[in-house]
Design a protein around this ligand. Structure first.
Ligand SMILES: O=C(O)CCC(=O)C(=O)O
Ligand SMILES: [Fe+2]
Length: 210
């Protein structure tokens, strides 16, 4: 348990970076990647304008509703398979596309699809998982932008007792890279006392095989 190696760098004054060099993963966190104003405008826009659905998944042979709402979005070829279901992407919302573009420039790597999650309150959550679908390729870099209330985000190593907990504040950018999806799991736990909603965007890249 406990926090592992922690290094704090500052690439430039506008975007201070915290980097965690974990065994088999590199986690980078930029707290105020979006300004408070940009984050709140984007939250209001996306909450209202996207076709949010509370999807069902198959768990131990039963269909259960997931404890949050989602939208899968991006380039048309970016199919996403999740618990025996294939999701076809929604076309880009212009603000989300602009964010993907800005992220690609900032991080120097392409992003062409995104899973958006809307957690109405602290009861809504996402369980332990890794984003290791084959279509994401080997050791994908996944960039996560948070809006709305601050929530805890946890990582744990698959085979050793190492854990890391971070608070994801509105406007923060988290990058999961290295072998993170191969060696670690992550989740957004319930926080019963948190009221207010959070919207998270996890940007990914899926190659066009056509
Ligand atoms: O809401 C979060 O911060 C986590 C989202 C996540 O892990 C995912 O979309 O795969
Ligand atoms: Fe994830």
């Amino acid at each position: 348990m406990g926090i592992l190696t922690r290094q704090v760098h500052s690439d430039n004054l506008h975007y201070p970076l915290q980097q965690f060099n974990l065994p088999g993963a590199t986690i980078s966190l930029w707290q105020d990647w979006l300004s408070a104003q940009q984050a709140s405008i984007l939250l209001a826009q996306l909450q209202l304008q996207l076709p949010w659905t509370q999807d069902s998944i198959l768990m131990f042979g039963k269909t259960v509703k997931i404890p949050r709402k989602q939208v899968w979005m991006g380039e048309a070829h970016c199919q996403y398979r999740y618990s025996a279901t294939t999701f076809t992407p929604q076309p880009w919302h212009p603000s989300v596309q602009a964010l993907a573009q800005r992220l690609s420039e900032f991080l120097g790597q392409p992003f062409n699809c995104v899973l958006l999650n809307l957690y109405a309150d602290g009861q809504q959550h996402m369980g332990w998982h890794a984003d290791n679908e084959r279509e994401l390729g080997h050791d994908p870099a996944i960039a996560s932008v948070s809006l709305g209330v601050t929530r805890r985000f946890e990582l744990k190593h698959r085979s050793a007792a190492w854990q890391l907990a971070l608070d994801l504040t509105p406007g923060s950018l988290l990058l999961m890279a290295g072998g993170c999806q191969q060696h670690w799991l992550h989740r957004l736990p319930k926080q019963s006392r948190v009221s207010g909603c959070r919207l998270n965007l996890t940007f990914r890249y899926i190659k066009n095989m056509a």
